[in-house]
Design a protein around this ligand. Structure first.
Ligand code: AMP
Length: 410
Protein backbone atom coordinates (compact mmCIF):
# COMPACT_ATOMS: atom_id res chain seq x y z
CA UNK A 1 0.00 0.00 0.00
CA UNK A 2 1.11 3.54 -0.59
CA UNK A 3 0.38 7.01 0.63
CA UNK A 4 -3.17 6.63 -0.64
CA UNK A 5 -3.66 5.28 2.83
CA UNK A 6 -2.82 8.65 4.27
CA UNK A 7 -4.93 10.44 1.69
CA UNK A 8 -7.77 8.14 2.67
CA UNK A 9 -7.54 9.73 6.10
CA UNK A 10 -8.26 13.11 4.56
CA UNK A 11 -4.77 14.56 4.37
CA UNK A 12 -3.93 16.90 1.51
CA UNK A 13 -1.19 16.85 -1.09
CA UNK A 14 1.45 19.09 0.58
CA UNK A 15 1.48 16.78 3.60
CA UNK A 16 1.29 13.62 1.50
CA UNK A 17 4.33 14.81 -0.43
CA UNK A 18 6.28 15.29 2.78
CA UNK A 19 5.23 11.84 4.02
CA UNK A 20 6.33 10.28 0.74
CA UNK A 21 9.72 11.90 1.14
CA UNK A 22 9.91 10.42 4.64
CA UNK A 23 8.98 7.01 3.23
CA UNK A 24 5.98 6.64 5.48
CA UNK A 25 4.12 4.01 3.47
CA UNK A 26 1.11 3.63 5.67
CA UNK A 27 -0.36 5.18 8.77
CA UNK A 28 0.36 3.61 12.15
CA UNK A 29 -2.72 2.48 14.16
CA UNK A 30 -2.89 5.68 16.18
CA UNK A 31 -2.59 7.77 13.03
CA UNK A 32 -5.30 5.78 11.31
CA UNK A 33 -7.70 6.21 14.18
CA UNK A 34 -6.88 9.73 15.31
CA UNK A 35 -6.30 11.74 12.14
CA UNK A 36 -9.86 11.72 10.70
CA UNK A 37 -11.34 12.62 14.09
CA UNK A 38 -8.86 15.41 14.62
CA UNK A 39 -9.50 16.82 11.15
CA UNK A 40 -13.16 16.87 12.15
CA UNK A 41 -12.26 19.01 15.15
CA UNK A 42 -12.75 16.43 17.92
CA UNK A 43 -10.83 16.38 21.21
CA UNK A 44 -8.62 13.35 21.70
CA UNK A 45 -7.44 11.24 24.59
CA UNK A 46 -4.49 9.25 23.24
CA UNK A 47 -2.99 6.49 25.33
CA UNK A 48 0.23 5.92 23.49
CA UNK A 49 3.93 6.01 24.06
CA UNK A 50 6.80 7.18 21.92
CA UNK A 51 7.36 4.93 18.96
CA UNK A 52 3.70 4.63 18.04
CA UNK A 53 3.77 7.57 15.61
CA UNK A 54 1.83 9.85 17.93
CA UNK A 55 3.69 12.99 16.87
CA UNK A 56 2.44 12.67 13.30
CA UNK A 57 -0.99 11.63 14.61
CA UNK A 58 -1.48 15.02 16.23
CA UNK A 59 0.91 17.02 14.04
CA UNK A 60 -0.53 16.26 10.61
CA UNK A 61 -4.15 17.29 11.28
CA UNK A 62 -3.05 20.42 13.13
CA UNK A 63 -0.72 21.43 10.30
CA UNK A 64 -3.48 20.86 7.76
CA UNK A 65 -6.07 22.81 9.73
CA UNK A 66 -3.71 25.74 10.27
CA UNK A 67 -2.73 25.77 6.60
CA UNK A 68 -6.36 25.74 5.50
CA UNK A 69 -7.12 28.85 7.53
CA UNK A 70 -4.53 31.45 6.60
CA UNK A 71 -5.37 33.77 9.46
CA UNK A 72 -2.26 35.58 10.66
CA UNK A 73 -1.30 35.07 14.26
CA UNK A 74 -1.33 38.24 16.31
CA UNK A 75 1.93 39.48 17.81
CA UNK A 76 3.17 37.31 20.70
CA UNK A 77 0.43 34.73 20.19
CA UNK A 78 0.31 31.22 18.75
CA UNK A 79 -2.55 29.46 16.96
CA UNK A 80 -1.48 26.05 18.21
CA UNK A 81 0.33 25.22 21.44
CA UNK A 82 2.11 21.93 22.05
CA UNK A 83 3.28 21.40 25.59
CA UNK A 84 6.01 18.83 26.24
CA UNK A 85 7.68 17.87 29.53
CA UNK A 86 11.29 18.10 28.40
CA UNK A 87 13.40 20.21 26.15
CA UNK A 88 14.54 17.13 24.23
CA UNK A 89 10.99 16.15 23.43
CA UNK A 90 10.08 19.72 22.47
CA UNK A 91 12.99 19.84 20.04
CA UNK A 92 12.07 16.45 18.62
CA UNK A 93 8.46 17.52 18.06
CA UNK A 94 9.67 20.75 16.45
CA UNK A 95 11.83 18.80 14.03
CA UNK A 96 9.03 16.40 13.15
CA UNK A 97 6.56 19.21 12.47
CA UNK A 98 9.07 21.05 10.33
CA UNK A 99 9.54 17.91 8.30
CA UNK A 100 5.82 17.22 7.83
CA UNK A 101 5.00 20.87 7.22
CA UNK A 102 7.87 21.72 4.90
CA UNK A 103 5.53 22.60 2.00
CA UNK A 104 3.15 24.69 4.09
CA UNK A 105 5.26 27.68 5.20
CA UNK A 106 3.79 27.91 8.67
CA UNK A 107 5.66 29.78 11.38
CA UNK A 108 6.87 27.80 14.35
CA UNK A 109 8.70 28.66 17.58
CA UNK A 110 10.31 26.62 20.35
CA UNK A 111 10.34 27.76 23.95
CA UNK A 112 12.23 25.82 26.64
CA UNK A 113 14.39 26.47 29.65
CA UNK A 114 18.11 26.18 30.17
CA UNK A 115 19.05 28.67 27.47
CA UNK A 116 18.90 32.43 27.11
CA UNK A 117 15.35 33.55 26.40
CA UNK A 118 16.23 36.33 23.95
CA UNK A 119 15.92 34.35 20.73
CA UNK A 120 12.68 32.80 21.93
CA UNK A 121 11.23 36.23 22.70
CA UNK A 122 12.30 37.41 19.25
CA UNK A 123 10.73 34.37 17.63
CA UNK A 124 7.42 35.09 19.35
CA UNK A 125 7.34 38.82 18.63
CA UNK A 126 5.40 38.63 15.38
CA UNK A 127 3.32 35.69 16.54
CA UNK A 128 3.57 32.11 15.27
CA UNK A 129 1.29 29.41 13.94
CA UNK A 130 2.75 26.72 16.18
CA UNK A 131 4.43 27.10 19.53
CA UNK A 132 6.14 24.09 21.09
CA UNK A 133 7.03 24.70 24.71
CA UNK A 134 7.99 23.26 28.06
CA UNK A 135 5.81 24.53 30.93
CA UNK A 136 8.29 26.44 33.11
CA UNK A 137 9.80 28.68 30.45
CA UNK A 138 6.44 29.25 28.81
CA UNK A 139 5.04 30.57 32.09
CA UNK A 140 8.11 32.79 32.51
CA UNK A 141 7.55 34.33 29.10
CA UNK A 142 3.82 34.69 29.75
CA UNK A 143 4.51 36.47 33.04
CA UNK A 144 6.86 38.83 31.25
CA UNK A 145 4.16 39.42 28.62
CA UNK A 146 6.27 38.10 25.80
CA UNK A 147 3.69 35.38 25.08
CA UNK A 148 -0.13 35.39 25.22
CA UNK A 149 -2.26 32.30 24.84
CA UNK A 150 -5.60 33.87 23.93
CA UNK A 151 -5.17 33.01 20.24
CA UNK A 152 -4.63 29.27 20.78
CA UNK A 153 -7.18 27.15 18.91
CA UNK A 154 -5.37 23.80 19.16
CA UNK A 155 -3.74 22.63 22.37
CA UNK A 156 -1.68 19.43 22.70
CA UNK A 157 -0.50 18.11 26.04
CA UNK A 158 2.13 15.50 25.26
CA UNK A 159 3.41 12.87 27.73
CA UNK A 160 1.02 14.06 30.42
CA UNK A 161 2.09 11.31 32.82
CA UNK A 162 5.70 12.38 32.63
CA UNK A 163 4.61 15.98 33.04
CA UNK A 164 2.94 15.13 36.35
CA UNK A 165 5.77 12.84 37.38
CA UNK A 166 8.17 15.77 36.96
CA UNK A 167 6.02 17.98 39.17
CA UNK A 168 4.56 20.21 36.46
CA UNK A 169 0.91 19.83 37.42
CA UNK A 170 0.52 23.39 38.75
CA UNK A 171 2.32 24.90 35.80
CA UNK A 172 0.13 22.93 33.41
CA UNK A 173 -3.01 24.08 35.19
CA UNK A 174 -1.93 27.71 35.01
CA UNK A 175 -1.25 27.37 31.32
CA UNK A 176 -4.60 25.69 30.68
CA UNK A 177 -6.33 28.48 32.62
CA UNK A 178 -4.81 31.02 30.20
CA UNK A 179 -6.18 29.22 27.11
CA UNK A 180 -9.45 30.18 25.46
CA UNK A 181 -12.23 27.71 26.31
CA UNK A 182 -13.11 27.53 22.63
CA UNK A 183 -10.33 25.23 21.42
CA UNK A 184 -9.44 21.72 20.34
CA UNK A 185 -7.54 19.75 22.98
CA UNK A 186 -5.38 16.67 22.47
CA UNK A 187 -4.10 14.81 25.48
CA UNK A 188 -1.43 12.12 25.24
CA UNK A 189 -0.14 9.86 27.95
CA UNK A 190 1.52 6.45 27.91
CA UNK A 191 -0.01 5.54 31.25
CA UNK A 192 -3.19 6.62 32.98
CA UNK A 193 -2.74 6.85 36.73
CA UNK A 194 -5.62 8.54 38.56
CA UNK A 195 -4.05 12.00 38.67
CA UNK A 196 -3.50 11.93 34.91
CA UNK A 197 -6.98 10.72 34.24
CA UNK A 198 -8.43 13.50 36.43
CA UNK A 199 -6.41 16.10 34.55
CA UNK A 200 -7.62 14.69 31.23
CA UNK A 201 -11.21 14.83 32.42
CA UNK A 202 -10.82 18.46 33.44
CA UNK A 203 -9.47 19.75 30.13
CA UNK A 204 -11.05 17.58 27.43
CA UNK A 205 -14.55 17.93 26.02
CA UNK A 206 -16.25 14.76 24.79
CA UNK A 207 -12.95 13.29 23.55
CA UNK A 208 -12.36 10.39 21.21
CA UNK A 209 -10.28 7.80 23.07
CA UNK A 210 -7.54 5.99 21.21
CA UNK A 211 -5.32 3.50 23.03
CA UNK A 212 -2.48 1.78 21.23
CA UNK A 213 0.25 -0.54 22.36
CA UNK A 214 3.65 -0.81 20.74
CA UNK A 215 3.18 -3.10 17.79
CA UNK A 216 6.04 -5.44 18.62
CA UNK A 217 4.54 -6.78 21.83
CA UNK A 218 4.22 -10.53 21.37
CA UNK A 219 1.84 -11.00 24.27
CA UNK A 220 0.99 -14.50 23.10
CA UNK A 221 4.54 -15.69 23.53
CA UNK A 222 4.80 -14.61 27.14
CA UNK A 223 3.91 -17.12 29.81
CA UNK A 224 1.57 -15.25 32.11
CA UNK A 225 0.53 -16.26 35.61
CA UNK A 226 -1.17 -14.72 38.59
CA UNK A 227 -0.84 -15.23 42.35
CA UNK A 228 -3.89 -14.24 44.34
CA UNK A 229 -2.32 -12.89 47.49
CA UNK A 230 -3.25 -10.44 50.25
CA UNK A 231 -1.33 -7.16 49.95
CA UNK A 232 0.50 -7.81 53.21
CA UNK A 233 1.95 -11.06 51.90
CA UNK A 234 3.33 -9.72 48.65
CA UNK A 235 6.78 -8.96 50.05
CA UNK A 236 7.33 -12.48 51.31
CA UNK A 237 6.00 -13.91 48.05
CA UNK A 238 8.39 -11.78 46.03
CA UNK A 239 11.37 -12.99 48.04
CA UNK A 240 10.16 -16.58 47.68
CA UNK A 241 9.79 -16.30 43.91
CA UNK A 242 13.17 -14.63 43.55
CA UNK A 243 14.84 -17.47 45.42
CA UNK A 244 14.59 -19.34 42.13
CA UNK A 245 17.78 -18.55 40.18
CA UNK A 246 15.86 -18.98 36.91
CA UNK A 247 14.66 -15.42 37.50
CA UNK A 248 17.88 -14.04 36.23
CA UNK A 249 17.14 -10.56 34.96
CA UNK A 250 13.87 -9.41 36.40
CA UNK A 251 11.87 -6.19 36.32
CA UNK A 252 9.44 -5.68 39.20
CA UNK A 253 6.70 -3.14 38.58
CA UNK A 254 5.02 -1.03 41.25
CA UNK A 255 2.39 1.65 40.86
CA UNK A 256 4.17 4.31 42.92
CA UNK A 257 7.70 5.66 43.31
CA UNK A 258 7.47 5.23 47.06
CA UNK A 259 6.62 1.56 46.72
CA UNK A 260 9.42 1.07 44.18
CA UNK A 261 11.92 2.39 46.74
CA UNK A 262 10.48 0.22 49.51
CA UNK A 263 10.54 -2.94 47.44
CA UNK A 264 14.12 -2.31 46.26
CA UNK A 265 15.25 -1.67 49.86
CA UNK A 266 13.56 -4.81 51.11
CA UNK A 267 15.15 -6.92 48.40
CA UNK A 268 18.52 -5.41 49.19
CA UNK A 269 18.12 -6.37 52.84
CA UNK A 270 17.22 -9.90 51.76
CA UNK A 271 20.52 -10.10 49.89
CA UNK A 272 19.06 -9.68 46.39
CA UNK A 273 20.75 -6.99 44.31
CA UNK A 274 18.03 -4.55 43.32
CA UNK A 275 17.74 -0.92 42.22
CA UNK A 276 14.70 1.30 41.91
CA UNK A 277 14.18 3.64 38.99
CA UNK A 278 11.49 6.28 38.91
CA UNK A 279 10.90 9.93 38.18
CA UNK A 280 12.33 11.20 41.48
CA UNK A 281 15.74 9.75 40.75
CA UNK A 282 18.30 11.90 39.03
CA UNK A 283 19.22 11.11 35.46
CA UNK A 284 22.61 9.92 36.71
CA UNK A 285 21.11 7.55 39.28
CA UNK A 286 18.73 6.11 36.69
CA UNK A 287 21.57 5.64 34.25
CA UNK A 288 23.70 3.85 36.84
CA UNK A 289 20.85 1.56 37.80
CA UNK A 290 20.19 0.71 34.16
CA UNK A 291 23.83 0.03 33.42
CA UNK A 292 24.07 -2.21 36.47
CA UNK A 293 21.01 -4.09 35.29
CA UNK A 294 22.24 -4.41 31.73
CA UNK A 295 25.67 -5.54 32.88
CA UNK A 296 24.23 -8.15 35.26
CA UNK A 297 25.43 -6.52 38.49
CA UNK A 298 21.88 -5.67 39.42
CA UNK A 299 19.54 -8.64 39.19
CA UNK A 300 16.26 -6.88 39.86
CA UNK A 301 15.12 -3.52 38.59
CA UNK A 302 12.12 -2.10 40.44
CA UNK A 303 10.32 0.39 38.24
CA UNK A 304 7.21 2.50 37.90
CA UNK A 305 5.38 2.44 34.58
CA UNK A 306 6.62 5.83 33.58
CA UNK A 307 10.26 5.21 34.44
CA UNK A 308 10.28 1.95 32.51
CA UNK A 309 9.17 3.61 29.32
CA UNK A 310 11.79 3.71 26.65
CA UNK A 311 13.94 1.14 28.44
CA UNK A 312 15.05 -1.39 25.92
CA UNK A 313 16.98 -4.19 27.53
CA UNK A 314 17.48 -7.59 26.01
CA UNK A 315 17.47 -10.73 28.04
CA UNK A 316 14.84 -9.76 30.61
CA UNK A 317 13.73 -13.19 31.78
CA UNK A 318 10.83 -12.17 34.01
CA UNK A 319 8.49 -9.31 34.65
CA UNK A 320 6.78 -9.30 38.05
CA UNK A 321 3.78 -7.08 38.62
CA UNK A 322 4.07 -6.45 42.36
CA UNK A 323 0.99 -4.30 41.89
CA UNK A 324 -1.34 -4.53 38.93
CA UNK A 325 -1.72 -1.40 36.84
CA UNK A 326 -5.19 0.14 36.92
CA UNK A 327 -5.08 0.68 33.17
CA UNK A 328 -5.02 -2.56 31.23
CA UNK A 329 -2.83 -1.19 28.44
CA UNK A 330 -0.06 -0.59 30.97
CA UNK A 331 -0.02 -4.32 31.66
CA UNK A 332 0.77 -5.00 28.03
CA UNK A 333 3.52 -2.36 28.06
CA UNK A 334 4.99 -3.89 31.19
CA UNK A 335 5.09 -7.49 30.09
CA UNK A 336 6.39 -6.46 26.67
CA UNK A 337 9.71 -5.82 28.44
CA UNK A 338 10.33 -9.53 28.43
CA UNK A 339 10.36 -11.93 25.48
CA UNK A 340 12.17 -9.42 23.34
CA UNK A 341 14.06 -10.29 20.20
CA UNK A 342 12.53 -13.72 19.87
CA UNK A 343 13.38 -14.88 23.39
CA UNK A 344 10.75 -16.42 25.61
CA UNK A 345 9.69 -14.63 28.72
CA UNK A 346 7.45 -14.90 31.70
CA UNK A 347 5.21 -12.42 33.46
CA UNK A 348 4.05 -13.00 37.02
CA UNK A 349 1.33 -10.85 38.55
CA UNK A 350 0.39 -10.42 42.19
CA UNK A 351 -3.29 -9.69 42.66
CA UNK A 352 -4.70 -8.68 46.02
CA UNK A 353 -8.45 -8.52 46.60
CA UNK A 354 -8.57 -4.80 45.81
CA UNK A 355 -6.95 -5.41 42.44
CA UNK A 356 -9.36 -7.97 41.05
CA UNK A 357 -11.20 -5.44 38.93
CA UNK A 358 -7.88 -4.47 37.33
CA UNK A 359 -7.23 -8.12 36.55
CA UNK A 360 -10.60 -8.43 34.82
CA UNK A 361 -9.74 -5.44 32.66
CA UNK A 362 -6.39 -6.96 31.74
CA UNK A 363 -7.94 -10.29 30.81
CA UNK A 364 -10.57 -8.57 28.71
CA UNK A 365 -7.94 -6.59 26.83
CA UNK A 366 -5.51 -9.46 26.26
CA UNK A 367 -8.40 -11.86 25.59
CA UNK A 368 -6.87 -14.56 27.71
CA UNK A 369 -6.99 -15.75 31.25
CA UNK A 370 -3.83 -15.78 33.28
CA UNK A 371 -2.74 -19.13 34.65
CA UNK A 372 -3.35 -19.23 38.37
CA UNK A 373 -0.14 -20.10 40.16
CA UNK A 374 -1.59 -19.86 43.64
CA UNK A 375 -4.70 -18.79 45.51
CA UNK A 376 -8.02 -17.83 44.11
CA UNK A 377 -10.05 -14.65 43.72
CA UNK A 378 -11.83 -13.58 46.88
CA UNK A 379 -15.61 -13.80 47.02
CA UNK A 380 -16.24 -10.16 47.81
CA UNK A 381 -14.88 -8.83 44.54
CA UNK A 382 -15.91 -5.30 43.62
CA UNK A 383 -19.33 -5.02 42.01
CA UNK A 384 -17.98 -4.27 38.55
CA UNK A 385 -16.10 -7.54 38.10
CA UNK A 386 -18.11 -9.86 35.91
CA UNK A 387 -16.12 -12.80 37.10
CA UNK A 388 -17.75 -12.99 40.50
CA UNK A 389 -21.15 -11.93 39.39
CA UNK A 390 -21.19 -14.68 36.83
CA UNK A 391 -20.50 -17.45 39.32
CA UNK A 392 -20.84 -16.21 42.83
CA UNK A 393 -20.25 -19.36 44.81
CA UNK A 394 -18.57 -21.92 42.60
CA UNK A 395 -14.85 -22.43 42.95
CA UNK A 396 -12.67 -20.91 40.28
CA UNK A 397 -12.62 -22.82 37.02
CA UNK A 398 -9.39 -21.29 35.93
CA UNK A 399 -6.55 -23.39 34.67
CA UNK A 400 -4.14 -24.21 37.40
CA UNK A 401 -0.45 -24.77 37.06
CA UNK A 402 -0.29 -26.61 40.36
CA UNK A 403 -2.67 -27.70 43.04
CA UNK A 404 -4.26 -24.92 44.92
CA UNK A 405 -3.12 -24.47 48.47
CA UNK A 406 -5.68 -24.40 51.24
CA UNK A 407 -6.38 -20.83 52.18
CA UNK A 408 -7.34 -19.33 55.47
CA UNK A 409 -11.00 -18.48 55.79
CA UNK A 410 -11.38 -17.92 52.05
P1 AMP B 1 6.68 9.00 17.59
O1 AMP B 1 5.88 7.93 18.26
O2 AMP B 1 5.86 10.14 17.16
O3 AMP B 1 7.86 9.41 18.45
O4 AMP B 1 7.30 8.38 16.24
C1 AMP B 1 8.18 7.32 16.27
C2 AMP B 1 8.97 7.18 14.97
O5 AMP B 1 8.16 6.62 13.96
C3 AMP B 1 9.51 8.48 14.41
O6 AMP B 1 10.84 8.27 14.06
C4 AMP B 1 8.67 8.76 13.20
O7 AMP B 1 9.41 9.41 12.20
C5 AMP B 1 8.26 7.37 12.74
N1 AMP B 1 6.94 7.29 12.10
C6 AMP B 1 5.81 7.92 12.48
N2 AMP B 1 4.79 7.58 11.67
C7 AMP B 1 5.26 6.72 10.76
C8 AMP B 1 4.68 6.02 9.65
N3 AMP B 1 3.40 6.13 9.35
N4 AMP B 1 5.49 5.22 8.91
C9 AMP B 1 6.80 5.11 9.22
N5 AMP B 1 7.40 5.73 10.25
C10 AMP B 1 6.65 6.54 11.01
Amino acid sequence: MTESNFSGLGLHEPLLRALRAEKYDRPTPIQERAIPKLLAGKDLLGIAQTGTGKTAAFGLPILQTLAADRRRPEPRTARALILAPTRELAIQIGEALRTYGRHLSLRQALVYGGVNQRRQVDAMRRGVDILIATPGRLLDLMNQRHVRLDGVRHFVLDEADRMLDMGFIHDVKKIVAALPTERQTLFFSATMPNAVSRLAGSILTDPVRVAVTPSATPVERIEQSVYFVPAAEKRALLAEILSDPALDRTIVFTRTKHRANRVADQLGKAGISAEAIHGNKSQGARQRALEGFRGGKVRVLVATDIAARGIDIDGVTHVINFELPNVAEDYVHRIGRTARAGADGAAISFCDPAEQAHLSGIEALTKRRLTVARGEPTRQAPANTNRKQARPTKPSRRRRSRPQKARRAA
